[in-house]
Design a binder for this molecule. Structure first.
Ligand SMILES: Cc1ncc(COP(=O)(O)O)c(C=O)c1O
Length: 414
């Protein structure tokens, strides 16, 4: 994995060049498009600082990246300059972070991880319908009980049946006996086509599903399945902290991956990223999107080109080495939390490559959790876990203050 760090000047030059390659609502003849620049009373485009601020300038110019621009066909010609940056971004993430072969990945910058996950389910459901004439009763979606709520949400929207695999309550791994039973029963009940989702990593525990043990079972049973990876949380950290990651496109079992910029990458909300092997995006084509040049392949439709720019900028200002260093720093801070919990004999779950520590709720008072804004596994009924997510703002001083309070609480209850 390697991409070179760029200087701020190089980044600005490239992005202002891209903007100049878009057709501009201010200076070109654009009569038929129901879009325009941001309100000029509030967001005036001659503010002096804008000449050094390509992201803000792109926000104000307001390019609409509707559609998918990696597929080689036609795209909205007005915004060709910034679409090219998005194309470069998808190739960069697919090929460098997730080791795809050159030109083998399609994708787009989605509103978030939720849409990217549902986009995958939508594509695979349509593929089974179109290529195999699958009926509703023949398709089953499978994921673990620790998965994000976008899975049941997507199954509900798309009317896909689902089976939820229980996990071991200590190490959060899939219960493979239960998976076997679910698959055998599903087959007996006429299920023929499977949409399987693995996590890298789960929202509450930061657990990373053991993808090989799961695909081995699916393969042994000779199932027709598509495997999507929910890397909304772990996508920007795991490939950098675990050099042996199986969550990559050289693993031919994987068809698509979700990652979120607006978590660890610190890009603005609206930067979920959807990556999929070429040849599959077409199953999400809306033929009726007649007014869109190149048609639409996404759930959301209109989306801001500025978001794609922001993700590209952040990746370029750090370079792969800078980003690896930054993610290692989060891991070291997380290690430190775990060592301190060990010293206090407090049980927790943690994947060593992920920056989440999930602490047994029996050892944390609700007052302490509220004071330090730990997040609970649930807010209705009894809580079992509280998590600390070591985001970039969680610095050593903040961690120290939590432990001062935790140790004082332990002293008081002795
Ligand atoms: C594992 C996982 N998947 C999906 C999502 C959904 O992401 P978004 O809120 O960007 O839609 C989240 C958000 O926390 C997540 O942690």
């Amino acid at each position: 994995m390697y991409w070179k760090k760029l200087s701020p000047k190089k980044i600005n030059d490239k992005l202002f060049g891209a903007l100049a390659n878009n057709i501009n609502y201010r200076s070109n003849n654009i009569l038929g498009v129901p879009g325009t620049y941001l309100d000029a009373e509030e967001f005036y485009d001659d503010a002096p600082f804008l000449k050094d601020a390509p992201f803000l300038s792109t926000l104000i110019a307001n390019p609409n990246h509707i559609g998918c621009h990696t597929m080689g066909g036609e795209s909205e010609s007005i915004f060709g300059g910034t679409q090219a940056v998005e194309r470069e971004l998808i190739a960069l993430i697919g090929e460098q972070m997730f080791r795809a072969d050159e030109n083998s990945i399609d994708g787009y910058v989605a509103p978030g991880g939720t849409e990217a996950n549902i986009q995958a389910m939508w594509i695979y459901r349509n593929l089974y319908r179109k290529e195999y004439k699958a009926t509703r009763d023949e398709i089953l979606m499978i994921y673990s009980e620790d998965s994000h709520y976008s899975m049941p949400k997507g199954a509900n929207i798309l009317d896909i049946e689902q089976a939820i695999v229980p996990v071991d309550k200590k190490d959060r791994t899939w219960d493979l006996d239960a998976l076997n039973t679910i698959l055998d029963e599903a087959k007996a009940n006429g299920k023929k086509y499977f949409i399987v989702i693995c996590n890298c990593a789960t929202t509450m525990y930061g657990s990373v599903d053991d993808i090989d043990s799961i695909t081995t079972i699916l393969d042994e049973k000779e199932l027709n399945y598509k495997l999507h990876i929910d890397g909304a949380f772990g996508g920007y950290i795991y490939p950098f902290t675990n050099k042996e990651s199986r969550y990559q496109f050289q693993n031919d079992k994987i068809s698509s991956i979700t990652i979120d910029g607006h978590k660890m990458l610190q890009s603005p909300y609206g930067t979920g990223i959807f990556l999929i092997r070429k040849g599959l995006m077409q199953y999400a084509k809306t033929e009726e999107a007649n007014y869109v040049q190149g048609k639409d392949y996404t759930i959301c439709g209109s989306r801001s080109g500025a978001n794609a720019i922001s993700v590209w900028m952040i990746m370029m200002i750090h370079g792969s080495e800078g980003w690896t260093y930054k993610m290692d720093t989060l891991i070291h801070r997380t290690d430190d939390i775990c060592e301190r919990l060990d010293a206090l004999n407090i049980p927790y779950f943690r994947n060593p490559y992920i920056n989440i520590v999930t602490i047994d709720a029996n050892f944390i008072s609700p007052e302490l959790a509220t004071k330090h804004m730990l997040v609970a596994d649930k807010y209705e009924g009894e809580r079992s876990w509280y998590k600390i997510v070591v985001m970039p703002h969680v610095k050593r001083g903040l961690i120290d203050r939590f432990f001062v309070d935790l140790e004082a609480e332990i002293e008081r209850t002795k």
